[in-house]
Design a protein around this ligand. Structure first.
Ligand SMILES: CSC[C@H]1O[C@H](OP(=O)(O)O)[C@H](O)[C@@H]1O
Ligand SMILES: Nc1ncnc2[nH]cnc12
Length: 292
């Protein structure tokens, strides 16, 4: 019989989503990591017998900017409390006419243009290279798609999320460049989050919630926070509905990911065992303990 895994679902809430509803036995728990402090305490609860963990990406009250997030601490903390599957909920700008504000995109690819962030758990003392060819999990994507269909939401399955450093929004030339690359949406946070989730052998999927047309659309003003927040309020309600719909669809024991999300480190470590730095290995225990 093939091996199965009891999922623990992690939800990373982006701008406008600082809490979720519908969980029982909830508590906010402070989790310490060797990488520093995560964005906030984790909200840990149950959904009909399945453990669910919520982390507000920017902290409650939105205190942290995309460049000052401790992405490694966030992913390590989720792994530490047992999370196997991550749903990232993110506000984004649209780079395509057919993706208007209010539309949801189940992202399947990323282009990472961020540059001022720690992007790996590995480095001097223990080097690893994981595959990022397929950065998102199709199984979670299927569950998200079924949920959005059931709710009658306007959504698109598949699309490329361009990750910019920010915190300023794009120039018109940048926005047009990303459009010429065929990107669907733009945001500031999903990298290195998705890379780190892969290194920590967690399945990752993104719901990108469109709030604006960035600055390229001739019939729309260039994006402002004010405008983003207005659309966000409606998106956040829909996001909570998606969460309620998707949890039962992801709760049953599931097979180990056939595409390798759960085993990304199997052949990724290149530093010879005798050359690995014990202090580095100690830090890697939670995220990479399976292969160390
Ligand atoms: C408030 S607009 C810009 C902000 O919103 C997005 O964050 P998140 O992905 O956490 O929803 C975007 O990436 C920026 O960080
Ligand atoms: N236009 C935009 N650019 C970057 N991040 C965003 N988040 C929401 N809208 C955005």
């Amino acid at each position: 019989m093939s091996e199965t895994k009891q999922p623990v679902i992690g939800i990373i809430g982006g701008s406008g989503l600082y809490n979720i509803e519908g969980l029982t036995d909830t508590r906010w728990e402070k989790v310490e990591t060797p990488w520093g402090a995560p964005s906030d305490e984790l909200l840990i609860g149950q959904f009909h017998g399945t453990k669910v963990v919520f982390l507000p990406r920017h902290g409650r009250g939105h205190k942290l900017s995309p460049s000052s997030l401790n992405y490694r601490a966030n992913i390590d903390a989720l792994k530490r409390v047992g999370v196997t599957d991550i749903i990232s909920m993110s506000a984004v700008g649209s780079l395509k006419e057919e993706l208007p504000p209010g539309h949801f995109v189940i992202v399947d690819q990323f282009i990472d243009r961020s540059f001022a962030r720690e992007k790996s758990f590995f480095g001097p003392g223990c080097v690893a290279h994981v595959s990022m060819a397929h950065p998102t999990c199709a199984r979670i994507g299927d569950a998200l798609e079924d949920s959005m269909k059931a709710l009658g939401l306007n959504y698109t399955r598949g699309g490329t999320y361009l990750v910019m450093e920010g915190p300023q929004f794009s120039t018109l030339a940048e926005s047009n460049l990303y459009r010429s690359w065929g990107c669907s949406v733009i945001g500031m946070t999903n990298m290195p989050e998705a890379k780190l989730a892969r290194e920590a052998e967690m399945d990752y999927a993104t719901v990108a919630m469109v709030t604006d047309y960035d600055c390229w659309h001739e019939d729309h003003d260039a994006v402002t926070v004010d405008q983003v927040v207005k659309v966000l309020l409606g998106n956040a309600d829909k996001a909570r509905s998606v969460v309620k719909e998707v949890l039962p669809r992801l709760s049953a024991p599931r097979p180990v990911c056939p595409h390798g999300c759960d085993t990304a480190l199997q052949y990724a470590l290149i530093t010879a065992p005798e050359a690995r730095d014990p202090a580095v290995l100690e830090k890697l225990k939670a995220v990479a303990g399976r292969v160390l």
